[in-house]
Structures are given as structure tokens and as C-alpha cells.
Design a protein around this ligand. Structure first.
Ligand SMILES: Cc1cc2nc3c(=O)[nH]c(=O)nc-3n(C[C@H](O)[C@H](O)[C@H](O)COP(=O)(O)O)c2cc1C
Length: 209
């Protein structure tokens, strides 16, 4: 089926905070999925970018938010970034961009659903279109295992877990693959949305060079 998305290459920013590097590894996995799906990823650490990088976010077709779960919510580093977007919220700068989110915690649950919900609300306040994970829950039957995709059974976004006493290179492989899936899904949904706008004649996307 030709759905009109083949010549569209969306730009997707992965905007994340990471205290000790675990969530940063997942941000790279999301970016890899974006790339594999034919879109262009940019990875931005939100506690480490300068004012001249706001245009990268403002110009993106989609933004994937990432944060560790700290105290059952997004980290202070991510929330500082969220609050810095308030003027854009009022002005509608990110209106109708695609959004999604991922988080990582020390406990298997760790109350990280709250973190994903905070990101979804942030997206809603910006009038963005939230994309869910789009995977069945894994590791929930006698035939399942921790190596299943979506091993922790999240739907709103990607939920990962890393033992608190291991380095960032020990992020669970299944969680990295789940985040890669999320990146690919965001890229595909964004391409569909752009194709729809093109078909509706509301904008003229530039051809891919
Ligand atoms: C201040 C602080 C609060 C935390 N709160 C939680 C929590 O509520 N639930 C949980 O499961 N893990 C919690 N953790 C563990 C982190 O989520 C976990 O170590 C994660 O891998 C950190 O990711 P990062 O290296 O990207 O910062 C907390 C860690 C810190 C430093």
C-alpha cells in the first residue's frame, strides 16, 4: 500500500534528562528506532542545552520526552526543562507536533506510570498529539520472559528498569529494544500525519534530497 509517507522524512527530537546515564542510553535507543524508520533524530540532554538550541525543538515534527523516575515522578532536571517551555505552551509553538515518552526507574514498578502521565500532560498542555507504545504487554504468562519486548507491561509510553547498583552499560536489552520500538513508532505516526496534512493541502513539505 502506498500511504504517501515514503518521501517524507520527519525530524524527531529526543529530549531527555539523565542523572547517572541510564536514561541517556535509552534516549539513544529511541533515536536508533527513529533512524531505522527513516526519520531524522536529534538527541538533546535538556539540562545541558543552550538557548540557541530551542529552534531545534521548535522546528521538530515530533518530540519524545525522556526522564528517570525520581520520587515517583519526572526528575527535577526534566521538570526544570518542562517549566522553561511555559511560554511556548501559551503561544502554541509546539501545537500539533507529535509527542511520546519513556522513563526508567530502579524498581520494577517504581511508580513510573506517574512519570509517563506527567509527560503526557505536558504534551497535552502544548496541544501535541500523544503516541502510545503500541506493544502488547510482555513477561505476563508462563511462556513469557524478561527478554520480551515491553517486559514491564506499559502502554502509555516505554517503561524501563535498571538495578540501582549497576552502571549505564547494564541497561536491560529488552528495555533498549522497547525504546527503539517507540522511536520507530513515533517516526511512522509522524510521517503518516505529515502525509495527511500534505494530502489535505494544508502545507507543502520539502522533498527529501
Ligand atoms: C533522587 C532519586 C529518586 C529516585 N526515585 C525513584 C523512584 O521513585 N522509583 C524508583 O523505582 N527508582 C527511583 N530512583 C532510582 C532511579 O530511577 C534509577 O536509578 C534510574 O536508573 C536512574 O536513571 P538515570 O541514571 O538516568 O538518572 C531514584 C533515584 C534518585 C537518584
Amino acid at each position: 500500500m502506498n500511504d504517501g509517507t515514503t518521501t517524507i522524512r520527519p525530524s524527531v527530537v529526543v529530549a531527555y534528562h539523565s542523572g547517572r546515564g541510564h536514561t541517556a542510553v535509552l534516549a539513544l535507543a529511541v533515536a536508533e528506532g527513529v533512524r531505522q524508520a527513516g526519520a531524522t533524530p536529534t538527541v538533546l540532554a535538556v539540562d545541558d542545552f543552550t538557548d540557541d538550541q530551542w529552534p531545534v525543538l521548535d522546528g521538530a515534527d515530533a518530540i519524545v520526552f525522556g526522564s528517570p523516575t525520581y520520587m515517583g515522578n519526572v526528575s527535577a532536571g526534566f521538570q526544570t526543562f518542562a517549566e522553561r517551555t511555559s511560554r511556548r505552551c501559551v503561544e502554541g509553538t509546539w501545537r500539533d507536533k507529535v509527542a511520546a515518552g519513556f522513563t526508567n526507574s530502579g524498581s520494577k514498578s517504581g511508580d513510573k506510570l506517574q512519570t509517563l502521565m506527567a509527560m503526557a500532560v505536558l504534551a497535552a498542555q502544548h496541544h501535541m498529539h500523544w503516541v502510545n507504545l503500541g506493544l502488547a504487554a510482555g513477561w505476563n504468562s508462563t511462556t513469557g520472559s524478561e527478554h520480551d519486548l515491553n517486559r514491564l507491561g506499559f502502554f502509555l509510553g516505554a517503561g524501563a528498569q535498571t538495578d540501582t547498583d549497576v552502571a549505564a552499560d547494564r541497561v536491560h536489552h529488552s528495555d533498549a529494544l522497547t525504546c527503539r520500538h517507540l522511536g520507530a513508532r513515533v517516526a511512522e505516526v509522524t510521517a503518516q500525519l505529515l502525509a495527511g496534512r500534505r494530502a489535505a493541502g494544508r502545507c507543502r513539505p520539502q522533498p527529501v534530497g
